[in-house]
Design a protein around this ligand. Structure first.
Ligand SMILES: Cc1cc2nc3c(=O)[nH]c(=O)nc-3n(C[C@H](O)[C@H](O)[C@H](O)COP(=O)(O)OP(=O)(O)OC[C@H]3O[C@@H](n4cnc5c(N)ncnc54)[C@H](O)[C@@H]3O)c2cc1C
Length: 475
């Protein structure tokens, strides 16, 4: 294999001390421009803070755009309907009308995306997910931050902090050399808790044996002919369920040595474009997204799997004969890495029993959804119909660190709970809550964990976030 091998017992080398250019001073610094970072920046600026957002790539969106993770999963309470075999919506078919439990920044983003034709609004017809175009996502996100007055620094990778366990700013690696940005409060939206780790916050990884959900390189196939695919499914209704299937064809191609995948089926979603699907079917197991050797291997392996899958679709599946890969992720999609140990750790029981907390700052209704860390299969466990769980502010508060709030997929929770709150609408909601918390703390010079939670809830409600009705009255 041509990727650089992990050196065993390699010696370390001393690095010379160095200096960084002080590039900015702000109330709130958001690190990471993914869905959580967008929520955090807009939440903080709407709460009156001066905000800088720094991102390692040259565009916004995180997994939504860099990894082509499409669509936005449902943010509605689940009202299960009978799953319809043979349905060719290419979107989930087992979800009836429920209540939206995320609002705020997500609602603003969706209104703009739908307005420009960059997304399809969530309805029964879309299975309450939101198919979107990633290029429109990048542009709309950029417009929203510009209009709000958020300052941006692209191509900046956070590698260290100013201060010790009281975070006073962040150091970035850039083409211009190391830069530092000072901030009253920092929000870690890196997905991997990169800043929190620098501040000494303990983290956990994966399930009890340390294994995490697999990585997947997503890609878009163009020149897909839906009518021909629909006819195939009509003739073979047992072979397709909403967004996944083709079991017999996958088996045939596997037996012929043409497919070598740790999955038994093919999963793809409709997009806003009629002749295009978004394919979520590569799978690389036993790799960790904070390990550069694992990442190198996963990129190497998943691109080869993509080639096999595209060829399989063209050769075996009606409707794909003339299709081609029009775009693949800038990077392999990483579902799970570190989770901070915070003041409260959300559990599977909290999620599945739809637990409520007095310090709730966001809600979720998405199931526990675990792609097997070792091979085929996916575990799906739903909440009771019509129910949602609360996410407490304490889950965003990193242990052993001050001046820092954490949002997105790396907040404090177990492996199982993470598999629910990691989806993009929910991470946008924790992002917005973290941004509001950071702005309020910066304004009064308080430590984020000392704030009165009612003040955070009040501001979130003012910004249109969706919290429980009882909290609405109390706040
Ligand atoms: C294959 C796959 C399929 C998925 N399917 C769905 C789906 O269909 N629907 C859904 O809603 N969710 C889905 N998810 C989950 C969802 O995409 C992620 O959990 C979500 O994007 C997490 O958001 P985030 O903002 O916390 O992190 P990310 O989206 O990972 O964003 C983190 C951002 O921080 C930046 N960054 C990272 N480290 C640094 C650093 N040190 N310095 C500066 N910047 C940094 C990154 O470049 C990125 O922009 C899927 C995930 C994967 C991988």
């Amino acid at each position: 294999m041509p990727t650089l091998k992990r050196p065993d017992d390699a010696p370390t080398v001393e690095l010379p001390p160095r200096q960084a250019v002080l590039a900015g001073d702000t109330d709130v610094l958001v690190v990471g421009g993914g869905p959580a970072g967008l929520g955090a920046a807009l939440g903080a600026v709407q709460a009156g803070a001066r905000v800088i957002l720094a991102e390692r790539y040259g565009f916004l969106g995180g997994n939504a755009t860099a990894a082509l993770v499409m669509p936005l999963m449902s943010f509605h309470t689940q009202m299960p309907t009978k799953e319809r075999r043979g349905a060719t919506t290419l979107l989930p078919t087992d979800h009836g009308p429920g209540e939206a439990v995320v609002g705020g920044v997500l609602a603003t983003l969706l209104t703009r995306l739908v307005g420009v034709g960059g997304a399809i609004p969530p309805t029964l017809a879309t299975g309450y997910v939101v198919p979107f175009d990633p290029e429109w996502f990048k542009l709309v996100a950029l417009d929203l931050l510009d209009e709000a007055g958020v300052q941006l620094l692209f191509h900046a990778f956070a590698s260290g902090i100013l201060g010790d366990n009281k975070v006073e700013g962040v150091v970035f690696e850039t083409k211009s050399g190391p830069l530092a940005i000072r901030a009253k409060v920092t929000v870690d939206c890196t997905g991997d808790a990169d800043v929190a780790v620098q501040a000494g916050t303990p983290t956990e990884v994966g399930r009890i044996d340390g294994l995490v959900q697999p990585m997947t390189l997503m890609f878009r196939m163009a020149e897909f002919h839906r009518a021909a695919f629909e006819q195939y499914v009509k003739d073979n209704p047992a072979q397709w369920r909403g967004v996944h299937g083709l079991w017999d064809l996958v088996r045939k191609a596997t037996e012929a040595g043409e497919l070598k995948l740790p999955r038994e089926d093919i999963l793809f979603f409709a997009t806003p474009h009629e002749g295009e699907v978004s394919v979520n079917s590569t799978r690389v197991t036993r790799v960790l997204g904070t390990d550069v050797w694992d990442l190198s291997y996963a990129e190497w392996m998943s691109r080869r799997q993509m080639r096999q899958i595209a060829e399989f679709l063209r050769r075996y599946v009606p409707g794909f004969e003339k299709s081609y890969v029009m775009q693949s992720g800038v990077n392999v999609g990483v579902r799970e890495t570190r989770r901070i140990v915070g003041d409260y750790q959300l559990t599977a029981d909290d999620v599945l029993s739809a637990r409520k907390f007095d310090d709730a700052i966001a809600r979720g209704a998405y199931p526990v959804d675990i792609h097997n860390p070792t091979g085929t299969g996916t575990i799906l466990k739903r909440l009771p119909p019509g129910e949602a769980y609360d996410i407490p502010l304490r889950s965003l508060m990193p242990r052993n660190a001050e001046g820092l709030v954490v949002a997105g997929r790396c907040i404090s929770g177990t492996h199982e709970a993470h598999s629910s709150y990691r989806v993009m609408p929910i991470v946008m909601a924790t992002g917005q809550a973290a941004g509001v918390t950071a702005a309020l703390a910066a304004r009064c010079g308080a430590r984020p964990r000392q704030l009165a939670v009612k003040d955070v809830q009040h501001e979130l409600l003012r910004q249109g976030a969706s919290l429980r009705k009882e909290l609405l009255k109390a706040a």
